[in-house]
Design a protein around this ligand. Sequence first.
Ligand code: ATP
Length: 293
Amino acid sequence: MIELEQVTKRYGNLFAVNALDLQVRDGEIIGIIGHNGAGKSTTLKMIAGLIAPTSGVVRVLGRDMAKESTLAKRDIGYLPEENPLYENMTAREYLTFFAELYGLPAAKTRARIDELLGSLNLPEKDKLTGEFSKGMRRKVAIARSLLHDPRVLILDEPNSGLDPLTSFFIINYLKTLKRQGKTIILSAHNLFHVEYICDRVAIIKNGRMIVCDTMDAIRATLGNREYQVVFRTDEHLEYERKDGNYVFRTSDVGAMAEILGEISENDWALVDLSVQESALEEIYVRLMTTERQ
Ligand code: ATP
C-alpha cells in the first residue's frame, strides 16, 4: 500500500504538489496524468523517497518515508523520466554492475538478469548500450529498476518517446508484473495506455488532485454515453440517413428505449444498436480546459 496524506511540495512560492491525498492498494496499477508541470514527477519522486515533501506524510508498505526510507527503498523500484546509461557496456554488464552496486547476492543475480533480459527481449551481448535504440534503452532502465525484485514500482513516463509497438510491449509487460503481484504507480501522457492498463486514474492539475477513480466511475460522472440505433424502413422519416439506413443518436436512455419501441411497433428492421463512451482523452481535455480545480 502507498499512502499520501496532505502531501505538499513547495519550491519558493510555487506549489509543485498541493495537499495531495492518495492511496494505492497492493497489486493495483494507478496512472497519474496531468499537463506539463502538473506535479507528476515531483509526486513520484516523493513516493520513491528521492525528495522530501515540504509537509504531509508519504508511506510505502506502511513505512514513513521521512523516517524509514532506507528500509522502504528495498521494496521500491524507481524508473526516472530520463534514462542515463553507461554507453560502453552490454545490457548484461550494465545490469550486473548495478546488481553489485545494490549488493544483491551474486548467486541470485545471474538468474535474475537472465530472466529480465529474456522477458524484456534485450540482447545481452554484441551490442553496447550506447548503440541501443530509445526503446532498448528504456527497457534496460526498466530492467534496472526491477533488479532487486521490488514489490512497488514507480515509473515516470515508462513509454515516453517510444514507437507504438515498443510502447505496447512495455505496457503489456507492466500487466505481467501486475499479475506477479507488483503494485505500480506510473505517470504518462499517452492516455490511451493509461486507460488500457490502469485500475484507477489520478488527474492532477497545478499540483492538485482533481479526480482519482476507476475509468468506469470517471466515465459515469464526467463522461458522456451515446447510444446509436441504426434501423431500416421504406417510410420517410426525419432522422439522419447513412448507407440507406436511419441513424438515431442520443445520450438519453429513455429516448433510446422510445425509438426501439417505435421500431418494434412498426416492424422496422433494427440493423445495429451500439453504445459509445467517452475516452479518457476526451474527459481529460474537457477537465483541463474548464476552470474546475
Ligand atoms: P512533465 O509532464 O513536464 O514531466 P510534471 O507533471 O512531471 O511535468 P513536475 O516535474 O513535477 O511536473 O514539476 C512540477 C512543478 O514544479 C513545475 O512547475 C516545475 O517547474 C517545478 N519544479 C520541479 N522541480 C523543481 C525544482 N527542483 N526546483 C524548482 N521548481 C521545480
